[in-house]
Write a protein that binds this ligand. Structure first.
Ligand code: SF4
Ligand code: FES
Length: 267
């Protein structure tokens, strides 16, 4: 192999110093990922490993100095690609000042968010510095993780954002629950502020704000409701599992899956 093609095959590495620790990472790595490799904790809200970063909440800001040492600025670490010789501070007084202001602004949108209140305590932010925007969804910071997960990962496209500015919110299109919602609950799991509240009853799975009301399937063994029927139908169409297993809740399915039971093991 020629020297040129050998270099092309290799990833270019760059050196960055974060909180006085130096690390070499592939060019293009974000500052957040470089910090994670050093076990340096930077708070995040709108970042999720399963989706490309979008840099919307800004709580992950850090202080960056270029390799000449002449220029220093504040930027969001989850979207900032590392370049050679950067020096980064994650907890400098300047970073804390900016992070505190960002938390205070986010709290005006989501004043009841436990995670924001904990961050406020940690960084000395005043939770009531700005008047709360009370729109009845007091926990949503419009990070869009739920919408992106629904669209880009699950592929259901059941929710989106509507309106603008102070009135912007996450809803199902035209506020009517689309039949696309399969009640997978992925949106609930990725939401950093616990803004999506679902009610799980014997008969139905409801997300009131989005008009979602899905019929629940009950376990053929223990009679417990365990998943929306549309979710099971969607999974059944995608995965080739033995039919009778779809009629059971996860606990009964696990015990049925043991060798020696009337059901065959999942291969
Ligand atoms: S509901 Fe949660 S995940 Fe969705 S935009 Fe609001 S804060 Fe983000
Ligand atoms: S986590 Fe970086 S901007 Fe939200």
């Amino acid at each position: 192999m020629s020297e040129e093609s050998e270099t092309k095959g290799k990833q270019e590495l760059v050196k960055v110093t974060i909180d006085d620790q130096t690390i070499e990472v592939p060019k293009g790595t974000t500052l957040l990922h470089a910090a994670m490799k050093l076990d340096i904790n930077i708070p995040t809200l709108c970042f999720h490993e399963s989706l490309p970063p979008q840099g919307s909440c800004r709580v992950c800001v850090v202080e960056i100095t270029d390799k000449t040492g002449k220029w220093t600025w504040i930027d969001a670490s989850c979207v900032y690609p590392v370049s050679e010789g950067l020096s980064v501070q994650t907890q400098s007084p300047n970073v804390i000042k900016h992070r505190r202001a960002i938390i205070e602004l986010l709290l005006s949108r989501a004043p009841k968010s436990e995670v924001l209140l904990l961050l406020a305590e940690k960084y000395g932010a005043n939770p009531t510095r700005y008047t709360a925007i009370d729109k009845g969804e007091a926990n949503c910071i419009l990070c869009q993780l739920c919408v992106r997960t629904c669209n880009e990962i699950v592929g259901a496209q059941a929710i989106g954002t509507a309106e603008r500015g102070l009135h912007k919110k996450v809803i199902s299109p035209f506020s009517i629950a689309k039949e696309n919602c399969i009640g997978c609950t992925a949106c609930i799991h990725v939401c950093p502020t616990g803004a999506i509240v679902a009610k799980l009853g014997k008969e139905s799975f409801e997300i009131e704000d989005w008009g979602v009301d899905l019929k629940m399937a009950t376990c053929s063994c223990c009679d417990k409701p365990f998943a929306p029927t549309v979710h099971l139908e969607k999974l059944k169409s995608q995965v080739n599992l033995k039919n009778q297993l779809w009629e059971m809740c996860p606990e009964c399915r696990r015990s049925a899956n043991k060798v020696g039971t009337p059901y065959s093991p999942i291969i």
